[in-house]
Each structure stands twice: as C-alpha cells, then as structure tokens.
Ligand binder design. Structure first.
Ligand SMILES: CC(C)(COP(=O)(O)OP(=O)(O)OC[C@H]1O[C@@H](n2cnc3c(N)ncnc32)[C@H](O)[C@@H]1OP(=O)(O)O)[C@@H](O)C(=O)NCCC(=O)NCCS
Length: 197
C-alpha cells in the first residue's frame, strides 16, 4: 500500500477528489518534494525561504513541531493529496493562530501544486478545511488575506464566500518586502456561542 503523508492521530478530511490531513514527521520527504517542485511557482506569494527550508532535516523538525501545535489546538496545518494518488502531496492548506474565548477565529493559508491548478482542486480542498474550521473546531470566523495582484487567490476566496473587509498596509513581509494585503473573512453559517471562563 502507498504510504500517505497523514498522521493517523489527526482527523483525515475527505472531499470529492482530495484528502486533507495533518502530516507527521515521517512525511518530511513528501512535503519537501512538494516545496522543491513548486519553488518558483510559490516564490512571489510566500516569505523568502532560507536555504535550510529545502532540506529533509528542516521538515522533520518542523512537522514534529507542527503536530504538537495541532495537538494543543493552536493550528490545523495540513497537506493535500488526491484520492487517486494518496502518497503525493499536491497542496498545503492551513488554519493557524487559532484563537478561542470571545474571538473564535483563525487565519487561513493555502498553496497548490502548479501542475494541479485550474481544476478546482484548491477550491475543493480549502473549502473542506474551512468547513472543518466551523463544524469540527467550532470557530466563528476564518480570516484570509491576499496581495491585491494575486488574482487567483482572490477568485478562490470569492468562490468560497469570503467577503472583503479592508486593506491592510504593509501587512506581511513577502518576497523580501512588506506588502499590502486585502483582508477577507467568512463567518460560521450558524451563530456560535463562545464558552468564556
Ligand atoms: C491560489 C491558488 C491555490 C489557486 O489555485 P487555482 O488553480 O486557481 O484554484 P483551483 O484549483 O480551485 O482552480 C480554480 C480554477 O479551475 C477552474 N475549474 C476547472 N474545473 C473546475 C471544477 N470542477 N470546480 C471548480 N473550478 C474548476 C475554475 O474555473 C478556476 O479557474 P479561474 O480561476 O480561471 O476561473 C494557486 O494559484 C497557488 O497555489 N498560488 C500560489 C500560492 C498562493 O498564491 N497562495 C495564496 C496566498 S494568499
């Protein structure tokens, strides 16, 4: 059987064509391979990576830390495979900065393999993850930000029902400089009542 990158201690989310789950440290090679394959494709939209980012040692340590973060309820940083090829990573989709109390919110991030683009797979996988933020994690708000020139990201968020809330100046340090971002959010379909100590 093909080994998958998913850690069986975390929930595995299924959409029509994709699997979405949190990887364990043993997935270091599969995740590294995704980032090596997509280095040029991702460079304009992601932080400038140090050389160490492109090594299995980095990913082993990072995925161990990532899984602990998931276990503590701070994030749900996942990878995506196709159901028909469950060993190969084709995307990364993340819920991070999960805040509870009266905020019940998180940040959404995503990237998809250049060769798997334009088929609605990213929309499908990200949509499934956002569903999990509301139904699985009980959050009230999912926030996402994109550089105004990132039209594919804008269209993806539009398809998933995210609404524009504003423009944040010099919001994130991407590609070696501070970049303005458009802020968007989607709210839970049902009202959520926070549990406050
Ligand atoms: C952002 C990103 C994930 C979007 O990828 P994408 O390929 O445009 O998204 P999808 O896989 O959902 O494909 C959507 C496209 O497939 C088309 N499509 C084809 N079949 C489809 C189907 N069955 N269902 C839905 N859409 C389908 C859609 O019409 C759409 O095309 P359009 O945008 O030209 O209208 C990708 O561009 C990426 O990884 N970019 C680099 C990283 C990045 O920018 N991250 C976000 C930072 S904010």
């Amino acid at each position: 059987m093909t080994p998958t990158p998913f850690d069986s201690r975390a929930p595995l989310l299924r959409s029509e064509r994709c699997l979405v789950g949190v990887p364990g440290p043993e997935a270091a090679e599969a995740v590294l391979e995704y980032y090596l394959r997509n280095r040029e494709h991702l460079e304009p939209w992601e932080p400038t990576r140090p050389t160490a980012f492109y090594s299995a040692a980095f990913w082993e340590a990072h995925l161990r830390h990532n899984f602990e973060d998931f276990r503590q309820g701070r994030s749900f940083r996942a990878v995506v495979t196709l159901q028909e090829d469950p060993g190969r990573v084709v995307g990364a989709v993340n819920l991070s900065n999960i805040a509870r109390g009266v905020f019940l919110s998180c940040h959404l991030g995503y990237s998809f393999d250049a060769k798997a683009g334009g088929q609605g797979l990213a929309t499908e996988a990200v949509g499934r993850l956002v569903g999990h933020a509301f139904e699985g994690l009980g959050l009230h708000r999912v926030q996402a930000a994109y550089i105004p020139e990132n039209l594919r990201s804008e269209r993806l968020l539009g398809r998933l029902g995210f609404e524009r809330e504003g423009l944040a100046r010099d919001y994130l340090f991407i590609g070696g400089r501070w970049r303005d971002h458009i802020l968007t959010a989607r709210l839970a379909p049902q009202p959520v009542r926070p549990v406050v100590p």
